[in-house]
Ligand binder design. Structure first.
Ligand SMILES: [Zn+2]
Ligand SMILES: [Zn+2]
Ligand SMILES: [Zn+2]
Length: 442
């Protein structure tokens, strides 16, 4: 039944007190229910992953066909390449004109939005209406931020030269988006990060109908992607007329840090219940400051090692920090948790499965406390740990962990999501392996 036009919409626009436009439930919505799905009006694979992901269906692929003209766009097969051409034709010409430079993700996305509108139906222009209404926040922006955006705007104008020499003449755009600076401001403020099953960022997209969703640090909805299709699901029961919210940022961080990030990126001060009550800040700072300060201070260096995929050095550094004084810091401490997570990543990359399992199990103890509602991050972490247990032949543990993951993912991803299907298959494998074991013992 999901997604059929005959169904009454589950959400409607309204004016949220103190927040401006928002979306609210039009009827009662149950936990785990699919609220709505959306296809992007425009999207693009991030530059970082341009070589690893199909630019049409956003699937990760070992060998990809490369566009022979711009040498940037890549596709998993001829069919994806053909489907992509209508949207890529203009982009291809612009990309070639700028070589060897490649514009940033937001510049490429803004251009793709314009190209999509050139070849679009009325419905997507109507969708754009909501983007048109959004503030660009240019007036409340710091000088530094405005300067950064101005540079992007000049880049956009240069990039568009071969196809759209004068954006102000592009009548497909609503007036407020015709100027490069305000267009880029709106795009950066309203775009969604498209992530894959493992929640790794693979691209950015514009879903104007859902840009109206306001933020809450403990939201009642989560977004999950299947390719580029966005699925919005409720993670708590929602009453009719109650506002629907998502989190724009990683919720597992201190109030002060969440507020700063929201102010910097989205230009508002969060007054959600979690922020106003400084919920869990004390717990996240558990332990003696003198013991966790070195962990906190090491994080930027560790993040850099992770970004470089320098796993060996990363794992050694994590181990060093987690022994000695760091060993006495309670695992509820946020900085310790971040380091455990990085140690898990590094051990997996280095194929040190036993170590990875120890770190993974540690993190789960804390994830349970910090994610009171079903959350994709928690479900995926359980699935990773379950896979380690399965691989190391701790079959019973694996089955229990997969079960716990399923309880979350059937709500956050739904039963039809490829990842949930993968998970149920893993559970089935565990069960049949346990049957075989008990049979051979008899
Ligand atoms: Zn593809
Ligand atoms: Zn091309
Ligand atoms: Zn908040």
């Amino acid at each position: 039944m999901e997604g059929k036009l005959t169904m009454a919409p589950r959400l409607e626009r309204f004016v949220s007190p103190g927040k401006g436009n928002g979306l609210r439930a039009a009827a009662r919505i149950r936990r785990g229910e699919l609220v709505t799905t959306a296809e992007p009006l425009a999207c693009c694979v991030s530059n970082k992953l341009a070589r690893d992901v199909c630019h049409q269906c956003f699937t990760r692929c070992g060998t990809l066909l490369r566009c022979s003209q711009c040498k940037m766009a890549r596709y998993c097969n001829v069919s994806c390449q053909k489907q992509a051409w209508a949207g890529h034709k203009r982009e291809c010409k612009c990309l070639r004109s700028l070589l060897p430079r490649v514009p940033t993700d937001s510049v490429r996305l803004a251009a793709r939005l314009i190209f999509a509108l050139f070849s679009s139906s009325k419905s997507s222009s109507a969708e754009l209406y909501s983007l048109d209404e959004h503030e660009s926040h240019l007036n409340s922006m710091s000088e530094q931020k405005k300067q950064g955006l101005s540079q992007l705007a000049s880049m956009l104008e240069l990039y568009l030269q071969p196809e759209v020499p004068d954006p102000t003449q592009a009548s497909v755009l609503p007036p407020s988006c015709q100027e490069a600076l305000s267009l880029i401001a709106k795009v950066t403020c309203n775009c969604f990060t498209i992530s894959d099953g493992e929640l790794q960022e693979i691209g950015v997209g514009l879903y104007p109908s859902l840009s109206l969703l306001n933020h809450d640090c403990r939201p009642n909805c989560v977004m999950v992607f299947e390719g580029t299709k966005l699925q919005l699901r409720a993670v708590r029961d929602v009453n009719p007329e109650e506002e629907l919210t998502i989190s724009y940022i990683e919720t597992l961080s201190l109030t002060e840090d969440r507020r700063r990030q929201l102010e910097d990126q989205y230009h508002f001060t969060c007054h959600c219940q979690r922020c106003d009550s400084h919920d869990k800040d004390g717990l996240m700072l558990s332990g003696e400051e003198s013991t966790w300060r070195p962990l906190k201070e090491a994080l930027p260096r560790l993040e850099a090692l992770k970004a470089e995929s320098n796993w060996q050095v990363l794992l050694e550094s994590c181990n060093q920090l987690l022994s000695g004084d760091g060993g006495t810091v309670p695992i509820e401490n946020l900085y310790k948790l971040r380091i455990l997570d990085m140690a898990l990543d590094a051990s997996i990359h280095l194929e040190q499965w036993d170590k990875a399992l120890i770190y993974g199990v540690e993190t789960l103890k804390v994830y349970r406390r910090f994610y009171p509602d079903p959350h994709p991050v928690h479900g995926i972490q359980l699935m990773r740990v379950g896979k380690l247990q399965h691989y190391l032949e701790h079959i019973e543990d694996a089955l229990n962990t997969f079960r716990e993951a399923y309880k979350i993912m059937k709500l956050t991803h739904g039963d039809d999501h490829p990842l949930t299907i993968d998970l149920t298959m893993k559970m089935e494998e565990c069960r049949s392996e346990m049957d075989k074991q008990s049979f051979s013992r008899q």
